[in-house]
Design a protein around this ligand. Structure first.
Ligand SMILES: [Fe+2]
Length: 388
């Protein structure tokens, strides 16, 4: 028996933000990021809908990219004073992920962040509040996942906090909110969604439901990402990408991810490389590396009109360049000297990352270093690199 983990209620489609009018409750804290949700009017609209529902609101603004546990503690303080019965994460995945951990700290003020790092250790939530996720980017699928990525800057480590407790009660997937998303964020997040589809499909706990969502999501990304990047006001393309991101999130919430994410978490924490951008660099080479352990890539290749594992890897490389994304880690201004100095550290952390356990091929440290080095240079990974 398997249980499907999914957001409690899912509203999707252009304009679905107005579902906030129908929420039952008394008080909501809206957690958001920099200023984009205020600037494009979404924050004001959300507040107005909640007021229409008779809900008092408080706003916690300014969640940074790659949020820290310190930010989550600050948000929890606001919640402790205001005592909301709804917490609403509105914006990019940073805002929503931070809101999830604020929620944990609000419900359990005595909990230390370090106690949450071990997978499935978040205590039972919903004693004080329930959670609504309204994403403004189309990538992480955090609106339907039990995942929140929090960064420890001192250690240079990104921690995926994993617990089905964190799966939102309500997800609102409104493509209109995405129209103001800049091109580079559209491409980075879209490539993250693509990576979720591929990693969930070949996960060692794959299942029929996640498989269908992965294939469907992959097809939508290939059909719509370039259009969403080039024509940001095409709301249909925006909604399609938003739906794909949700489908990919739902797939990986039930099949999990692999070493693309393990590798990516480290370069994100240490060098600040955007998550989707590093995923898109690692993914083709991880496909080549994993090819020895799974025969499932050609099935995915067929979804986008290709045949072989290598053709899938190359199609991803082509899409990556069509949306103007870098093909090498060194393109982010990281010197070879610095890279070599940190390689052992990031490879060891990648090996220990929770996502590594779901990869179809069990890696050893030297293999991860070889993939890292090929991707640093933007070279094609070849098995001989490790063997020889
Ligand atoms: Fe991701």
């Amino acid at each position: 028996m398997s249980k499907l983990f999914i957001a409690g209620e899912v509203f999707h489609g252009a304009g679905s933000l107005d579902e906030l009018k129908n929420i039952k409750g008394k008080k909501a804290v809206i957690v958001t990021g920099g200023s984009s949700m205020r600037k494009n009017g979404t924050l004001d609209k959300a507040v107005a809908y909640l007021h229409e529902a008779g809900i008092e609101t408080q706003i916690f603004e300014g969640v940074e990219e790659d949020p820290s546990s310190a930010t989550c503690l600050k948000g929890a303080e606001v919640m402790n004073t205001f005592q909301p019965d709804w917490i609403i994460g509105l914006g990019g995945c940073s805002a929503i992920d931070a809101a999830k951990i604020m929620w944990v700290f609000y419900e359990y003020p005595e909990v230390e962040f370090d106690a949450l790092i071990k997978p499935f250790t978040v205590p039972v939530l919903r004693n004080k509040a329930k959670f609504i996720a309204i994403p403004s980017t189309s990538g992480t699928g955090t609106e339907t996942t039990g995942l929140a990525v929090i960064t420890d800057r001192e250690k240079g480590v990104k921690y995926p906090v994993v617990s089905y407790e964190l799966t939102p009660d309500i997800a609102i997937i409104d493509g209109e909110i995405c129209a103001s998303m800049p091109a580079h964020v559209t491409s980075n997040t879209g490539l993250d969604a693509l990576t979720h589809c591929v990693e969930a499909y070949v996960s060692n706990i794959d299942n029929n439901i996640a498989d269908a969502l992965s294939k469907g999501g992959l097809e939508i990304v290939f059909d719509n990402l370039k259009e969403a990047v080039e024509n940001p006001n095409n709301i249909q393309a925006r909604q399609n990408m938003h739906d794909a991101s949700f489908m990919a999130g739902l797939a990986f919430n039930n099949a999990w991810l692999g070493i693309v994410h393990s590798l990516s978490h480290q370069v994100g924490a240490l060098y600040g490389i955007p998550h989707g951008a590093s995923n898109a660099i690692f993914l083709p080479n991880v496909i080549r590396y994993n090819a020895l352990a799974t025969e499932r890539y050609p099935e995915l290749a067929k979804v986008i009109g290709r045949e072989t594992t290598e053709e899938l890897a190359q199609a991803i490389e082509t899409l990556r360049s069509e949306v103007n994304n870098p093909s090498a880690i060194k393109d982010f201004g990281i010197s070879k000297e610095d890279w070599d100095k940190n390689l052992d550290y990031i490879a060891a952390n990648a090996l220990a990352d929770p996502c590594t356990g779901f990869n179809p091929r069990v890696p050893v440290l030297e293999e991860l270093k070889a993939i890292y080095n090929a991707c640093y240079e933007g070279a094609v990974y070849a098995e001989e690199v490790v063997a020889g």
